[in-house]
Design a protein around this ligand. Structure first.
Ligand code: HAM
Length: 420
């Protein structure tokens, strides 16, 4: 026998026994996003690679180390999308969505790809949910986007998470802060990890969120981003906080949130679950007021966030939360004898046509084996048909939850199941 194939490292199958959890979180996200007035957008899983290079940023880990780049047969450089914002902005510009009724509030769900070291909560193919909001730089919009994420996590029943917010400032204030950071870190060059030494020239902010303990110790005393905000950014950030307080959304300010992508300005935020271990970011996002223009569109502000479904589901499992009803047949038909089998097959067809989930195991012939199969299927009812029942046009119905058994006319079964 040939050796079996193995799934690629860092990927996973969503097996039938787990799929209902995914459907539940996806349906909940859709419901919450639509209740905030968002419309779904779906973009391809691959794009021109320079779309990401120009937006996420050439010097970021995502572009330097993690992006799946490939050439197609015509030699075009393409990339599996590592994130959803750049593709949504590309589509927003390309399709002139600014002028469309449904174009300013967009949500999406789908797979993203990053060649990262796999571990709990971190995969090479992972599934994100996210929103992007275009065309308003009002601080209320920042709070509303944050509130959407909060409503979603709350709706799922999660409690073990916190919201951390920061302001990265405008490009101008960011430059001044970067200069202060360079001056601060320069004398510590020898003590920094190899990654941070390279980061220092390209983007000194990134040193603030290095996970290496010795770098963290040095970064602890680095000049705070908040001290360098220009007047406009500081005022914006203060108002975002006022709105969050008004909306009763608890938050803490964390000036070390830099985000791993270059397109952000002003507000940045993350939802953190510390029980998740090192991959503790449930979701993250922020404002990107120059990205649309940078990608060839008319100057339009934007803000959004995205989260990974894997970490969300892990968090829900840790908190023992419900994923809704596990799908199961409403009725399992058991038949004894040839005549009864024919009646059962006809009845099964009627049930399916009426939209009622019904099961039947044609391979099992004994009563015992069929009853066992019914029990395994977690059905609500088992309908038993033998010669006697058929002669009288009836079906014996066992309620598998209460154990109660009744006899009803076969032609009343559908009405009965719709009511019970
Ligand atoms: P990000 O912080 O790179 O932001 O990713 C958002 C979320 O995706 C993370 O908080 C995490 O939950 C999940 N995630 C990221 N990488 C992985 C991975 N390798 N395995 C599992 N989950 C992962 C963005 O992607 C931005 N596009 C968010 C955004 C939208 N900003 C503005 N709009």
């Amino acid at each position: 026998m040939a050796e079996g194939y193995k799934i690629p490292r860092g990927t996973f199958d969503i097996l039938p026994s787990e799929s209902y959890k995914w459907n539940y979180v996806m349906a909940t996200f859709r419901r919450i996003a639509e209740s905030y007035g968002y419309h779904q957008i779906t973009t391809p899983i691959f794009e021109q690679s320079d779309l990401f290079e120009r937006s996420v940023g050439d010097a970021t880990d995502i572009i330097q180390k993690e992006m799946y780049r490939f050439q197609d047969r015509k030699g075009r450089s393409l990339a599996l999308r590592p994130e959803g914002t750049a593709p949504v902005v590309r589509s927003f510009v390309e399709n002139n969505l600014l002028y469309e009724k449904k174009g300013n509030r967009l949500y999406y769900m789908g797979p993203m790809f990053r060649y990262d070291r796999p571990q709990k909560g971190r995969y090479r193919q992972f599934y994100q949910y996210g929103v992007e909001n275009f065309g308003s730089d009002h601080p209320y919009i920042d709070a509303e986007v944050i509130a959407l994420g909060y409503s979603f996590l709350k709706e799922l029943g999660l409690t073990d998470f916190s919201l951390e917010i920061n302001s990265i400032g405008t490009a101008k204030s960011s430059e001044v802060h970067n200069a202060a950071l360079s001056a601060y870190f320069e004398p510590h060059l020898e003590e920094l990890c190899a990654d941070c030494r390279t980061r220092l020239n390209k983007n000194p902010k990134r040193l603030l969120d290095c996970k290496v303990p010795s770098c963290r110790a040095i970064a602890g005393n680095a000049p705070s981003m908040l001290a360098y905000l220009d007047e406009e950014s500081a005022a914006h950030f203060a108002r975002v906080q006022e709105y969050l307080t008004l909306m009763e959304i608890p938050f803490t300010i964390n000036p070390t949130i830099v985000r791993g992508l270059d397109y952000y300005s002003k507000t940045a935020f993350e939802y953190i679950n510390n029980n998740l271990g090192s991959q503790n970011a449930l979701a993250g996002g922020g404002r990107y007021d120059t990205l649309v223009e940078q990608l060839g569109g008319k100057a339009t502000t934007g803000i959004g966030f995205a989260g990974g479904f894997e970490r969300l589901i892990l968090s829900m499992e840790q908190e023992n939360l419900s994923f809704g009803e596990v799908p199961h047949p409403r009725i399992f038909l058991v038949s004894l004898g040839d005549e009864a089998e024919k009646t059962a097959i006809k009845l099964l067809t009627d049930l399916h046509n009426a939209g009622i989930s019904a099961a039947f195991d044609v391979d099992k012939t004994t009563l015992n084996a069929q009853m066992k199969a019914a029990g395994k299927s977690d059905t609500d009812f088992t309908g038993i048909m033998g010669d006697d029942e058929i002669k009288s046009g009836k079906i014996s119905l066992k309620n598998m939850r209460s154990g109660e058994q009744i006899l009803i006319p076969i032609n009343e079964l559908i009405t009965f199941l719709k009511k019970n």
